[in-house]
Design a protein. Structure first.
Length: 714
């Protein structure tokens, strides 16, 4: 009830105040001295709100019930409910109507106790009318209430359940006029005590205004109490840090230009510059110009603002910090032993790495907590751009074979992380040694066995073998085959789906063989194979049509046969449950690919024979070949090793050597077979494109008849 009444009273007061501010604004309730005193009158708005939930309409209906006439002095605060609904201002009414209207409204809207309104009434959250007015931005109402009830002590310092004062509410909402009025009133009686009040979280009004980026409110507050910028809340955060987090450059300018001793503290021992690097270059420049020493401060984890900027990858911000920071800032390491250069390398920001090395070239020699350089960090994080940067710079070639505390080179870490691109960059362009042993006596080739992904393992083995990487010397009977995943289990799961697809292909191809495109004539002959006697037609046109019919039958037969073979191979591979089932699985994949290509080309062959317009030819050729091309690209992306064709060619050439062939067959038996299957897939695709493209081009040139020649699919 109290909450509803407080909001109702604030709304009535704020909407009925006249525009002029002066002596005529009074908020007094004069009650009939002869009337019997009540301990507490019931507000009709609150009562009807409790009963019906609609205090506005119920008040209009029951106003006569609560009407009490009493002689009063004219008062121009409350407006009649009906008049407010029609949008008319009460101040414009004739003077002779003021007495009676004001009497009714004051008796109906005020809680009367001993002849005076209870200005200290609070809501459920202990908000006074000053809290509500401040939150809504009713500055004139605040001024008038304070002027009329200034004899009450502590009106502006009253706190709600969150220990917020009215100034907190106004600052949080960003109502600058309400903030200015409260600051002015606080300066009259309380000095700076109200401005420095903290709520339950330890926030002052300046904290709240800065957190929400209310520039005008920040300006008023710092002008009234510059010392508030040095206050910290319970989390140890300053108003300047909150202003930076809000992204308001103007708020930051107001604080640092007005308060020279403002605190820049943030959580976890950070400062405002730590947060500014994620905002904008302008904000970073402001803070560095105000206090350059911020660039050298570190947080609880040992990270400087340069660490933060390097992780974000903003090159210009990094350069701005490097220009303003002391020379030793670049060499600072965090609690993990990483410098800003290591952080930039881990995140793959090659431009930031260039900027740091350009500013401090000797920073490249910095070692991390594990004894690794920034090249080690980049290789472990699979950042090929940063590794390429080190490879291209002759001054950094000494870092390519450097070892960390565990004896690992960047090549070791790249293989262990499963980064074939980084491995190829180091071996092809960096000319690094591939036979270096780490502290465990293992070479990069040995670490490839730890890969859990099949395609990653194949890519690593192909790259290492292509550049003559050697395993460590050991007895061959102690070699362990790669077993990153259960290949048999993976094949079984995939075979179920592929078998369904193969059956669908066989069904479609079989149906097309019995229901030929174009239908049948009355004599039972397929229209696709008939010789039409068309004016202008030649024998070559009939020959082309017969050739198209035979090509369709051939392609459809191939599609049926290969799809059926694929189903048989998939069923056999799943039933065998042996390590060699991948062979039947790979053969089934090839058969399915051939059946798909044959079915699509058979469709185009039939379309070429029965269609009558060039638009159909062109749309058909584009659709068929686009589908085949996209399907080939998709399959290639899924099964191709993550290496270049040059590396694959080197692998095929070197893997046939006797010693390497035996080692690969014993430790990585699936790697070589996968590469050969991939090459076979590419060869099949190329033959399909070139061979059938040539055939259909022949059909286009030889076909003569009623329709123009079909274009070549190629």
């Amino acid at each position: 009830m109290l909450m509803a009444h407080a909001w109702s009273r604030c709304a009535l007061l704020s909407t009925s105040l006249p525009t002029e501010v002066g002596r005529r604004r009074s908020w007094r309730c004069f009650c009939n001295d002869t009337a019997p005193r009540r301990q507490r009158a019931t507000n009709p708005l609150t009562k009807n709100y409790e009963l019906h939930g609609n205090h506005k309409s119920k008040y209009i209906a029951t106003r006569q019930r609560y009407h009490r006439s009493s002689p009063t002095v004219p008062c121009r605060i409350f407006d009649d409910v009906e008049e407010r609904e029609r949008g008319r201002c009460f101040a414009k009414q004739p003077p002779h109507e003021l007495n009676c209207r004001t009497t009714r409204q004051l008796n109906n809207h005020c809680i009367v106790q001993h002849g005076q309104c209870d200005i200290l009434e609070v809501s459920a959250e202990r908000n006074t009318i000053f809290h509500v007015a401040a939150e809504q931005g009713h500055d004139e109402l605040i001024w008038e209430l304070y002027r009329r009830f200034r004899e009450e002590q502590g009106l502006l310092s009253r706190r709600n359940s969150s220990l917020d004062t009215p100034l907190h509410c106004a600052a949080r909402a960003g109502h600058v006029r309400a903030v200015a009025v409260l600051v002015q009133l606080a300066g009259q009686d309380f000095g700076e005590s109200i401005l420095g009040c903290k709520n339950e979280a330890g926030d002052t009004a300046l904290h709240l205004a800065a957190r929400h980026g209310h520039v005008d409110a920040v300006e008023v507050l710092v002008s009234a109490a510059a010392g508030a910028a040095a206050e910290l809340n319970n989390a140890g955060v300053s108003p300047l840090y909150l202003a930076v987090m809000s992204g308001s450059v103007q708020a930051v300018k107001e604080i640092i230009s007005t308060c020279s001793d403002a605190s820049s503290a943030g959580p976890s021992s950070q400062n405002a510059l730590h947060a500014a690097v994620f905002q904008s270059l302008e904000m970073v420049d402001l803070l560095l110009e105000w206090r350059p020493a911020l660039a050298d401060e570190v947080d609880s984890g040992g990270s400087s603002p340069l660490h933060f900027a390097s992780s974000d990858g903003h090159r210009k911000i990094v350069e701005a910090i490097l220009r303003a920071a002391p020379p030793g800032t670049v060499y600072k390491k965090d609690s993990c032993g990483l410098s800003a250069l290591h952080v930039a390398a881990r995140m793959g920001h090659d431009r930031v790495v260039k900027a740091v090395l350009r500013s401090c070239p000797d920073a490249a020699e910095l070692r991390g907590g594990d004894g690794g350089t920034f090249v080690h960090a980049a290789a472990r994080a699979k950042r090929s751009k940063v590794v390429s940067l080190a490879v291209k710079n002759p001054m950094l070639h000494g870092l390519l074979d450097a070892q960390d505390r565990d004896g690992n080179t960047p090549l070791h870490l790249a293989v262990a992380a499963g980064a074939p691109g980084v491995v190829e960059t180091l071996l092809r362009k960096g000319k690094v040694r591939a036979d270096v042993l780490n502290n465990d006596g293992r070479t990069p080739f040995d670490l490839a066995a730890g890969s859990t992904s099949f395609l990653t393992m194949v890519s690593l083995v192909v790259t290492l073998v292509a550049f003559r990487a050697q395993p460590r010397p050991q007895r061959q009977d102690q070699l362990k085959k790669w077993s990153g995943r259960d290949i048999v289990h993976e094949i079984e799961k995939t075979s179920d789906s592929l078998a369904v697809v193969a059956v669908l292909i066989a069904t479609s191809a079989l149906a097309a063989g019995f229901n030929l495109p174009g239908g049948y004539s009355d004599e039972g002959e397929a229209n696709l194979a008939r010789k039409f006697n068309v004016t202008g037609a030649t024998d070559s046109g009939h020959l082309a049509r017969q050739f198209a019919f035979k090509s369709f039958l051939f392609l459809d037969t191939v599609a049926v046969a290969t799809s059926v073979v694929a189903v048989i191979l998939l069923v056999y591979g799943k039933a065998s449950r042996s390590a060699g089932s991948w062979r039947s699985f790979a053969a089934a994949l090839h058969c399915m690919w051939v059946s798909l290509i044959s079915l699509m080309l058979a469709f185009y062959t039939a379309l070429n024979a029965v269609a009558t317009t060039r638009v159909v030819y062109r749309s058909g050729s584009v659709a068929v070949y686009a589908c085949i091309y996209l399907l080939a690209v998709f399959i290639t992306t899924c099964i191709a090793p993550e290496v270049t064709w040059g590396t694959v060619w080197r692998f095929l050439r070197l893997s046939n050597l006797k010693g390497r062939h035996v080692i690969m067959k014993r430790q990585y038996p699936l790697a070589r077979a996968s590469v050969f299957n991939f090459c076979l897939f590419k060869a099949t695709s190329m033959l399909a494109f070139v061979g059938f493209g040539s055939i259909l081009s022949f059909l286009s040139t030889r076909r003569q008849g009623t329709s123009p020649a079909a274009p070549s699919p190629l």
